[in-house]
Design a protein around this ligand. Structure first.
Ligand SMILES: [Mg+2]
Length: 280
C-alpha cells in the first residue's frame, strides 16, 4: 500500500466491506460463515475509531438480518443495520421512484427488504396487472411460467431491475452460476430491455450504503470500499470516485490483475487485512 492510499484509509469517512472472500468465507459444514484472519479485529478497530462501516454482500439468498446473524455467530460485532444486500438498495430505490408493486423473481431473502419498506411483492408467476417493476435475484426455482409472467410485465411497461448481473460467483466447489444473470439474459433476449442493476457495482448501491451510514455528500469520495471482486467492489469504487482496496483472499488473483479493465483496477491490492488495520 502506497503512503497515499494509507493516508486515504486513515482519513476514510466510512468503509464498505464485501462479505464473501473479503472478511469471511462460507462454511459448507455449518451453512454459516468463518471469519478471515484479522477481519474481526479490523472491524472492531474501525468501530472503536468511530468510523461508520457497512458490510454489503451481493448475495440475496437471505435477508440482511440473517447474514448479520451469521457474521455475529462467526465472532463479528455487527448490528443488523450495518448489513446490506442488493435488496436493501433496491427497496430504497423503488420507494424513491414511487414504485410500490414489484414482481419478484427470487426467494424470501430477495423479497424481505422490499416488504420491510411496504412494497407489494408479487410472486414470480402470479397473475397481476399494474406491475411497476420486475426484480430478479437469487431464484433457483425458476420456471418457464416465471419467464412468461416477467416478459408480459416488461412488455406492459414494468422496468426490469436486478440485484446482480455477474455470471459467476466463487464457491468452495468452484464456479457457481449467478441465478439473476441467467434469468436477466433470457428476459432481455425476449423483451430487448436491459436489466438495471440495483446492487453492486451500481452507484445506487453505493449511495444507499452512504445514506444508511449518514455520510454527507461532500464526504462520500472519502469512502473506502474493500472487496475481492474486480467487477463488483472495484468497479463500484471507479463508478463513484471512492477508493477501492482489492483483497486477494477471494476471487482476485495477483497474477490476473494486469488483465483487468481500467475501471476494475484496485487502487491498492492487499493479501491480508492486517495492512488496513496498520493504516488506520
Ligand atoms: Mg466477494
Amino acid at each position: 500500500m502506497t503512503p497515499d492510499i494509507a493516508e486515504r484509509v486513515r482519513h476514510a469517512s466510512a468503509f464498505i466491506f464485501d462479505m464473501d472472500g473479503t472478511i469471511a468465507l462460507g462454511d459448507a459444514a455449518s451453512g454459516g460463515h468463518q471469519a478471515l484472519p484479522g477481519a474481526i479485529d479490523l472491524l472492531a478497530a474501525i468501530a472503536a475509531k468511530g468510523v461508520p462501516l457497512t458490510v454489503f454482500t451481493n448475495g440475496t439468498a437471505k435477508p440482511p438480518a440473517a447474514y448479520a446473524a451469521s457474521l455475529r455467530q462467526a465472532g463479528f460485532a455487527l448490528a443488523d443495520a450495518q448489513m446490506m444486500t442488493p435488496s436493501s438498495s433496491a427497496a430504497a430505490w423503488f420507494v424513491r421512484r414511487g414504485i410500490t408493486r414489484v414482481r419478484v423473481l427470487g426467494n424470501a431473502g430477495v423479497a424481505a427488504p422490499l416488504r420491510d419498506l411496504g412494497i407489494t411483492c408479487i410472486g414470480a408467476a402470479e397473475p397481476a396487472n399494474d406491475v411497476q417493476a420486475v426484480y430478479t435475484g437469487w431464484h433457483r426455482d425458476f420456471t418457464f411460467p416465471d419467464l412468461e409472467a416477467a416478459c408480459h410485465s416488461v412488455w406492459a411497461g414494468a422496468v426490469l431491475t436486478t440485484a446482480s448481473h455477474v455470471p459467476f460467483f466463487a464457491t468452495a466447489n468452484g464456479r457457481g452460476i449467478g441465478a439473476s444473470f441467467a434469468i436477466n439474459t433470457m428476459i432481455t433476449a425476449m423483451t430487448g430491455k436491459k436489466a438495471k442493476v440495483l446492487g453492486k457495482p451500481s452507484r445506487i448501491a453505493f449511495e444507499a450504503a452512504a445514506d444508511a451510514m449518514g455520510i454527507a455528500r461532500r464526504d462520500r469520495s472519502r469512502i473506502v470500499i474493500v472487496g475481492d471482486d474486480p467487477a463488483l467492489e472495484m468497479r463500484m469504487a471507479h463508478n463513484t470516485g471512492a477508493t477501492g482496496i482489492g483483497m486477494t483472499t477471494g476471487i482476485m488473483k495477483p497474477e490476473t490483475l494486469a488483465m483487468l479493465k481500467p475501471n476494475q483496477q484496485p487502487h491498492a491490492v492487499i493479501d491480508r487485512l492486517r495492512l488496513l488495520h496498520d493504516a488506520l
